[in-house]
Design a protein around this ligand. Structure first.
Ligand code: HEC
Length: 183
């Protein structure tokens, strides 16, 4: 029933009927022709839920924060099935951070955005031969000045190696996202 609902109501939004880039969930312009990857249309931070955050430390000092977002509906799908839906977009936003003394103790807060890492779930190997796609995902990095053009040319060298420790959890560092944990 849930699937039928999706097909009837949600799927047409943002999809190009019959084209290779058609996904069963809206991808908000993230996937373009022939598998090009872009930042989503609009201000995703206002409407997409946060999966979790990472605090980056350098010799004990907080230097950055990573905030990971996904489209509405993805968390619910993951909790029901234990998998990301075809077309799920994960955006890891990189921010600088500063620490200060507060009434709660020493606390760090995020400041300027420096860039975004984007992954798009692809269960159908739609873009075979495109070096941004593989292992069931599209992979791309964007500098804060350019949301349209990725600086990534081959995920195998620029993304995959570092994500190997998360291979068992579909290449995603699930431990950082308590909202997805069921136990
Ligand atoms: C230097 C190692 C490294 C490289 C290179 C790297 N990643 Fe990651 N990535 C990580 C780690 C570790 C995390 C989780 C912890 C963190 O953010 O520090 C992560 C998290 C992510 C997340 C949030 C979802 C998740 O897996 O937890 C996305 C999205 C992501 N990376 C995309 C990419 C893309 C796309 C590339 C290539 C353009 C890439 N990463 C390259 C190490 C790396």
């Amino acid at each position: 029933m849930r699937l039928l609902k999706c097909l009837a109501l949600i799927c047409p939004i943002g999809a190009v009927p019959g084209s290779a880039q058609e996904f069963p969930v809206p991808t908000y312009g993230v996937v373009g022709p022939e598998g090009s990857i872009h930042m989503p249309d609009g201000e995703f931070r206002a409407t997409w839920p946060v999966l979790g955050t990472w605090t980056i430390l350098d010799e004990g000092e907080v230097t950055g924060q990573h905030v990971v977002y996904t489209q509405p509906g993805v968390i619910e799908h993951y909790l029901e099935t234990g998998t990301f839906p075809d077309g799920a977009v994960l955006i890891k936003e990189l921010l600088e951070a500063e620490a200060d003394e507060y009434s709660t103790g020493t606390a760090a807060y995020a400041t300027d955005v420096t860039g975004w890492f984007v992954m798009v779930k692809d269960k159908q190997a739609r873009f075979d031969g495109n070096d941004l796609w593989g292992l069931g995902w599209g992979w791309a990095y964007f500098d804060v000045d350019d949301r349209q053009t990725t600086t990534t040319s081959d995920y195998r060298f620029e993304c995959k190696t570092c994500h190997v420790p998360a291979k068992q959890t579909d290449w995603i560092f699930i431990e950082g996202y308590p909202v997805l944990h069921t136990d």
